[in-house]
Design a protein around this ligand. Structure first.
Ligand code: C2E
Ligand code: MG
Ligand code: MG
Length: 627
C-alpha cells in the first residue's frame, strides 16, 4: 500500500511523511515545486506551518496517529485534489503519518498510464497467444505432469486431429512408444535442473495410426523463483523430408548393390589418383578390402606397369574431357593379359572435372576365343573351298619292300593347292591340325579316301585317317560303304592311324580296325614309338603294319639306343606277326642297316620324296587328281 502511495507521489503528486509531532520528516514528489515547496526548506518543520490547505488534512493526520485511514478530495484554487492519509506503522506501533496527494488531473493521467501499461501487456499477451495459435509449426504447452495446457491448430492438424479433440487425449498416447522413454528421461533431468531444452527427431502417432516424423524442440519454462512450471514444445513435420532422405538412402543402397553385383571392376579416382569409390569386383581384383583401398593412390596398390597404363588413359580423360576407351596389354605375374578399359570424367555443377570413373575388363580369354572363332571361320572357309574347288591333291610316297627290293605300296599324302594357280602346295602339317581342331577333318579324310580308292584299284596304298574320323560311327559306316562300293580290292587298302590317335581313341581304334579288317583291308600303326605304352597297343589292336617313327630311324646308324629300340620293335612285331615299315630313311647306310635288322619295308626321301601319283604309277585314268 505504501508502495502504491510512494509511486503515486513520485509519479504525479506529493508524498509527505510526518512524525508523531506532525513535523515533516520527508517530502517527495513531482508536484512539490508546483506547490511552491522545496524539500530541504520544509523538513523538520511543523506540517501546520508549511503544508498548504493544512486545515483540510489536519483532522485526518491526527486520525492517522490513531490508526485511522482517510481518503478524500477537495478543491484548491479550483484544482481538484485527491488525498490519502494513512498511519505509518513499525512493529505494530504508529510512528508517523503518510500523506499523499495528487491533483485529480494527475490521477486521471496516472490511471491512463496504468491503463495503457495494462493494455500493452494485454496486447502483448494477445499477440503471443495469436502467434502461438496461428504458428505454422505445431506448438504445445504441457505441465510438469505431462498434461496439455495449450495446443495450437498446426499441432493438432499435423496429427489429423481437431484441437479440441486432441486436448482430450493424453499427450503420451500420440508419442511413438519407442520415443516416449527419451521424453520421460529428459523431463526427469529437466525437473532436476540438469537440462532446459531438448531437440531431436521423433515420431508421433497420427489419428489414423500412421507415423508422423517431427523435429521437436522442447523448452522447460521456470517462474521468477526458478521453479519449473511447464514445457513448451515446437514441432515441425519432417515426414516428407525423412521420406526424401529415405528415398535417397534407398537409391544409394540400390546403387551400391548394382555396383557390387556388377562383374566388372568399377572405381572412381580423384585428381590425385586416390581411389574414392570401388566395387566388390575391384576389391577382388586388387585382393584387398575396400577399407584398405579407399584414399590410397593407384601406385600404392597396383604393379608399376598397371599404374602406367591406368594413368595414361586417366590423363587422356582429363585432357580430352571425354570418354576414353582403350585396349591395353599388361603383364600380370609374368603373363601378358589383355585389358579393355572405359573411363569418363565426373564433373561438378560448374562442369569442372573432379574425378574419373573407370571400369576395366580382362579380355584375354575373350580375345583368345575371338581368335579361335576367326580361325574357325577362316579355316572352314579355306578347307571347304579347297574341296569344292578341287584344290586338294594327293601325293604318293613309295614304300620299298626290303625283302624283294620292289616298291609294292605307297603312302598317299594330301596337299592343298593355293588359289589362282599359286605354285606353292600347302603341306598337310599346316592344315590337317586345323581341320582336326575345327571338326573339318572328316571331309578331308572322305575326299582322300575317295581318291585313294581310285588308285587302289590297281595299286596297294596306305591312307592316313585322323583319330576323329575313326571315332565317329557315321564316318566309319561311310568309309565301309565307300570301300565296298569302290570296286577296289580291299587288300590294296592299308589304313594308317597314328599311335597318338589310337591312344586317345583306343576302343574306337579297335572297332575300326576290326571292322575294316573284316572287309579285307589292313591296319597300320603310324609314327610308332613316339607315344607311351606303344607295345600295349600291339596286344590290344589287330595291327598289320607297324610304322617305325622317323625319330628312331634318322640317327639309326650312329645311335646305339635307337638301334636297340628298333631292334626291340622288330622282334616284338615279328612275335605278333606284324610287318614293320621304317619311316624317314634318308641315306643308303640307314636303308642297309634296316635291312640287316630285319625291318620289312622302308620309306623315306632316300627312296623317293612324296610326289604326284602319276609320277609313281603312270595312269590313263582321267579321274586321277590333276597335278
Ligand atoms: P605321316 O603319315 O607320318 O607321313 C609321313 C610324313 O613324313 C610325310 O609328311 C612325309 O612327307 C614325311 N617324310 C617321308 N619321308 C621322309 C624323310 O625321309 N625325311 C623326312 N624328314 N620326312 C619324310 P607330310 O606329307 O608332310 O605329312 C605329314 C603328316 O600329315 C602325315 O604324317 C600324316 O600324319 C598327315 N597326313 C598327310 N596326309 C594325310 C591325309 O590324307 N589324311 C590325314 N588324316 N592325315 C594326313
Ligand atoms: Mg602316315
Ligand atoms: Mg608317320
Amino acid at each position: 500500500m505504501y508502495g502504491d502511495a510512494l509511486v503515486a507521489g513520485v509519479e504525479g503528486g506529493v508524498l509527505f511523511v510526518l512524525d508523531r509531532d506532525l513535523r515533516i520528516h520527508m517530502a517527495t514528489g513531482e508536484s512539490l515545486t508546483s506547490l511552491g515547496l522545496a524539500p530541504a526548506s520544509i523538513e523538520r518543520k511543523l506540517a501546520a506551518d508549511v503544508l498548504p490547505s493544512w486545515e483540510v488534512i489536519a483532522a485526518s493526520c491526527k486520525g492517522a496517529l490513531k490508526s485511522e485511514t482517510a481518503t478524500f478530495s477537495f478543491r484548491r484554487d479550483d484544482v481538484p485534489y485527491s488525498v490519502h492519509v494513512a498511519p505509518l506503522v513499525d512493529q505494530g506501533e504508529t510512528i508517523g503519518v503518510l500523506v499523499s496527494a495528487r491533483t485529480l488531473i494527475e490521477e486521471e493521467r496516472l490511471t491512463s498510464v496504468i491503463d495503457a501499461r495494462d493494455a500493452a501487456a494485454r496486447d502483448s499477451e494477445r499477440l503471443l497467444a495469436t502467434a502461438f495459435d496461428h504458428a505454422p509449426v505445431g506448438m504445445s504447452i504441457v505441465d510438469l505432469e505431462g498434461r496439455w495446457l495449450r495446443l495450437n491448430d498446426a499441432y493438432a492438424w499435423m496429427l489429423g486431429y481437431d484441437r479440441e479433440e486432441l486436448l482430450t487425449i493424453d499427450p503420451s498416447l500420440v508419442t511413438h512408444p519407442d520415443d516416449l522413454q527419451e521424453d520421460t528421461t529428459w523431463a526427469a533431468r529437466a525437473a532436476a535442473g540438469e537440462v532446459d531444452s531438448l531437440e531431436r527427431d521423433r515420431r508421433c502417432i497420427a489419428r489414423d495410426g500412421s507415423i508422423v516424423w517431427v523435429h521437436a524442440r522442447s523448452e522447460l519454462l521456470r517462474d521468477d523463483h526458478e521453479q519449473p512450471t511447464c514445457v513448451v514444445s515446437m514441432l515441425q513435420d519432417i515426414t516428407k523430408r525423412r521420406e526424401a532422405d529415405e528415398a535417397v538412402r534407398t537409391s544409394e543402397r540400390y546403387l551400391r548393390s548394382i555396383l557390387d553385383t556388377t562383374p566388372e571392376p568399377l572405381f572412381v579416382q580423384d585428381l590425385s589418383y586416390r581411389y574414392q569409390m570401388v566395387n566388390v569386383a575391384f576389391e577382388e581384383r586388387v585382393g584387398l578390402p575396400r577399407a584398405q583401398i579407399l584414399g590410397r593412390r593407384d601406385d600404392e596398390l597396383l604393379p608399376d606397369e598397371a599404374v602406367a597404363v591406368n594413368r595414361h588413359s586417366f590423363d587422356l580423360v582429363l585432357k580430352t574431357g571425354d570418354v576414353v576407351k582403350r585396349d591395353d596389354v599388361v603383364r600380370v605375374d609374368g603373363h601378358a593379359r589383355d585389358y579393355s578399359t572405359v573411363k569418363f570424367p565426373l564433373r561438378d555443377a560448374d562442369g569442372v572435372i573432379y574425378a574419373v570413373c573407370g571400369t576395366f575388363n580382362d579380355i584375354t580369354d575373350r580375345k583368345r576365343d575371338e581368335a579361335v572363332l576367326r580361325d574357325r571361320i577362316v579355316w572352314t572357309d579355306l578347307i571347304h573351298n579347297a574341296i569344292a574347288q578341287d584344290r586338294l591333291i594327293l601325293h604318293a610316297q613309295p614304300i620299298l619292300n626290303l625283302a624283294t627290293g620292289e616298291i609294292d605300296q605307297a603312302e598317299l599324302l594330301v596337299r592343298m593347292r593355293g588359289t589362282h594357280g599359286a605354285p606353292r602346295l600347302m603341306p598337310p602339317g599346316e592344315f590337317i591340325p586345323q581341320a582336326e581342331r575345327f571338326g573339318l577333318i572328316g571331309a578331308i579324310d572322305r575326299w582322300v579316301l575317295g581318291e585313294a580308292l581310285k588308285v587302289a584299284k590297281d595299286h596297294c596304298v596306305e591312307v592316313n585317317l585322323s583319330g576323329a574320323t575313326i571315332s565317329d560311327c557315321a564316318q566309319v559306316d561311310e568309309i565301309e560303304r565307300m570301300v565296298r562300293e569302290s570296286g577296289a580290292p580291299p587288300e590294296h587298302i592299308i589304313f594308317e592311324i597314328t599311335e597318338s590317335a589310337v591312344a586317345e581313341n583306343m576302343d574306337h581304334a579297335r572297332d575300326f580296325a576290326t571292322r575294316l579288317r573284316a572287309l579285307g583291308c589292313a591296319f597300320a600303326l603310324d609314327d610308332f614309338g613316339v607315344g607311351y605304352g606303344a607295345f600295349t597297343y600291339l596286344r590290344n589292336l589287330p595291327v598289320d603294319f607297324l610304322k617305325i617313327d622317323i625319330a628312331f630311324v634318322r640317327d639309326l646308324v650312329d645311335n646305339e639306343g635307337d638301334r636297340q629300340v628298333v631292334h626291340a620293335m622288330v622282334s616284338v612285331a615279328r612275335d605278333f606277326g606284324i610287318k614293320t615299315i621304317a619311316e624317314g630313311v634318308e641315306d643308303q647306310a640307314t636303308l642297309e642297316l634296316l635291312g640287316l635288322m630285319g625291318v620289312d619295308h622302308a620309306q623315306g626321301y632316300w627312296i623317293a620324296r612324296p610326289g604326284p601319283i602319276d609320277d609313281l604309277w603312270p595312269s590313263t585314268s582321267p579321274a586321277r587328281t590333276p597335278r
